[in-house]
Design a protein around this ligand. Structure first.
Ligand SMILES: [Fe+2]
Length: 270
């Protein structure tokens, strides 16, 4: 019944070393939740959870969102395995999950069921530390800014010349305006940016987009990033409220298959 938490990098990521039984008992769920919030990402190397165990473990950390097959969603580019696989190509660009929701999801847990032989890392950056390291005058300038997030903004990365049908499908998901700086109940602050960030409300459109890209470039500097190279059976979880993530390129026919569970959000962006 061993349990330990070790930092991977100063600004992001910890590795949790524990056996399955200890993890599934929920005995350390408070510590794990705290480590996730403080470090953005945790890794369980080659834990080899079955789907049932992944669900059980996720439940020890919060409320599981019911999606996919009983809470397990297949992340793959194989359309035979997931009919919405094309939509998942948006994951190649830095993003938050559920940024068009009033309450974005708290966390995602990815189980490396079958990694790609080439590429296919999952990368994370901390928008907490990225914000904290900004010059004070920038923090003051961003204090009251609001960002419009939309599914369409994220999908234009994948389909720069979409059909009108694609655009109308994307637009069925309403856009959502959030503060640029999320003041969390914990007292920490993070930036609400990523591929779904379309523009800044009330600011010249191009000027606002340039600012959003400047902040994305700032937060994705190597010192704020952890890049996970998958071994089969790894489980990696991220705090979706204070990180961005993306997948690095991998071939669509690689067979890469990740099983994802999600924890419901607990706090609106304010
Ligand atoms: Fe994602």
């Amino acid at each position: 019944m061993s349990f330990s938490i070790e930092k991977i990098k100063d600004n992001i990521g910890v590795e949790i070393k524990a056996d399955k039984e200890t993890l599934l008992s929920g005995k350390h769920s408070t510590e794990i939740r705290e480590a996730l919030e403080a470090n953005g990402v945790f890794v369980l190397k080659e834990i080899n959870f079955t789907s049932e165990e992944q669900l059980e473990f996720t439940k020890t950390l919060g409320h599981v969102i019911d999606e996919g097959e009983g809470g397990i969603y297949k992340v793959t580019l194989d359309t035979k395995e997931n009919e919405h696989a094309d939509y998942l190509k948006g994951a190649f660009y830095w993003h938050m999950d559920g940024s068009t929701l009033d309450v974005p999801i708290l966390a995602s847990l990815l189980n490396g069921f079958k990694p790609s032989e080439t590429g296919g890392n999952t990368e994370f950056c901390s928008t907490y530390v990225g914000y904290e390291d900004l010059p004070e005058e920038d923090k003051a300038a961003y204090k009251d800014l609001r960002v419009v997030h939309s599914l369409a903004a994220a999908q234009y990365y994948v389909h720069p010349e979409p059909t009108l049908e694609q655009i109308s499908t994307w637009n069925m998901m309403p856009s959502r305006t959030h503060p640029l700086v999320w003041a969390h109940e914990s007292g920490r602050k993070s930036l609400v940016i990523g591929a779904s960030a379309s523009h800044i409300e009330g600011m010249d459109y191009e000027e606002g987009r340039a600012l959003l890209h400047k902040l994305r470039i700032h937060c994705t500097q190597p010192k704020y990033v952890y890049s996970h190279k998958w071994t089969k059976g790894d489980l990696v979880a991220w705090d979706n409220t204070g990180t961005l993530h993306r997948a690095t390129h991998y071939p669509a026919n690689s067979g890469r298959m990740m099983h994802r569970t999600k924890l419901e959000g607990e706090e609106p962006i304010a």
